[in-house]
Ligand binder design. Structure first.
Ligand code: 13P
Length: 248
């Protein structure tokens, strides 16, 4: 099957109510590129308003708890995301793995919770700079894949995002060849474990994607889209990335 291009904005901890207008502008412009699936993952506080303002568009969370409910002060459960109009959740972002001590097992449990709540899931992996420099990036990422991808899933609802930590927010990006090599290795590992399902799964690249480098990165082998941080916050910066995906 042909995998549809997928361009997702991760707003991280950015955006007050006034940012809903920017999301509407992004989704309106995205309507010009029907071949690309576009989603925005704002902070929890904006999900409900954004989903209401952009009916039929994909709005997601940036994290969820692995339990469906319970005594977990401050946490948000996957069914709660679905309840306020989210249809997607990001799990295992490096800012959660590193900053909040999330293990592969935690990420796997969160992915399972998202899928069980009917959400689509983007599961993030990616190596730190020292691992890249010592030549261990592929092994590191494949170990994360082995430990955090659930055993059962619908491939249409589980995407992987490869985000090298050293490329996030730094303006540094891997070479197109390095991106293709690691995405190919990820798909190979998924195929070894899940067979033909791996061909239907989308693998996104993330880390300093912008309007200038998107075409080249999105054209790399086994790259099915982009997970975008800083450049997803405004229509002016995000729409050129969506347009680049549409051109491929
Ligand atoms: P930047 O696009 O700001 O580098 O962030 C990437 C990212 O972490 C998306 O999840």
């Amino acid at each position: 099957m042909t995998r549809r291009k997928y361009v997702v904005g991760n707003w991280k901890m950015n955006g007050l109510s006034e940012a809903i207008g920017e999301a509407q502008a992004i989704f309106a412009a995205a309507g010009e590129y029907p071949a690309v699936d576009v989603a925005i993952c704002p902070p929890f506080t904006l999900i409900g308003a954004m989903a209401a303002a952009a009916a039929g568009r994909t709005v997601g969370g940036q994290d969820c708890h692995s339990a469906a409910s319970g005594a977990f002060t401050g946490s948000v459960a996957a069914p709660m995301l679905a309840d306020i109009g989210a249809s997607l959740v990001i799990v295992g972002h490096s800012e959660r793995r590193e900053g909040f001590g999330e293990s592969d097992a935690d990420v796997c449990a969160k992915a399972e919770a998202g899928l069980a709540a009917g959400l689509s899931v983007i599961l993030c992996v990616g190596e730190p700079r020292d691992v890249r420099e010592s030549g261990g990036a592929i092994d590191f990422v494949l170990a994360q894949i082995a430990g955090s991808v659930p055993g059962e899933f619908d491939p249409a609802r589980l995407a992987i995002a490869y985000e090298p930590i050293w490329a996030i927010g730094t303006g540094l990006v891997p070479t197109v060849g390095d991106v293709a090599a690691i995405h190919g290795a990820i798909r190979g590992a998924l195929a070894a474990r899940f067979g033909g399902k791996a061909e239907d799964m989308r693998i996104l690249y993330g880390g300093s994607v912008n309007g200038e480098n998107a075409a080249e990165l999105l054209d790399a082998g086994d790259v099915d889209g982009a997970l975008v941080g800083g450049a997803s916050l405004t229509a002016a910066k995000f729409v050129p990335i969506i347009a680049a995906a549409a051109d491929l």
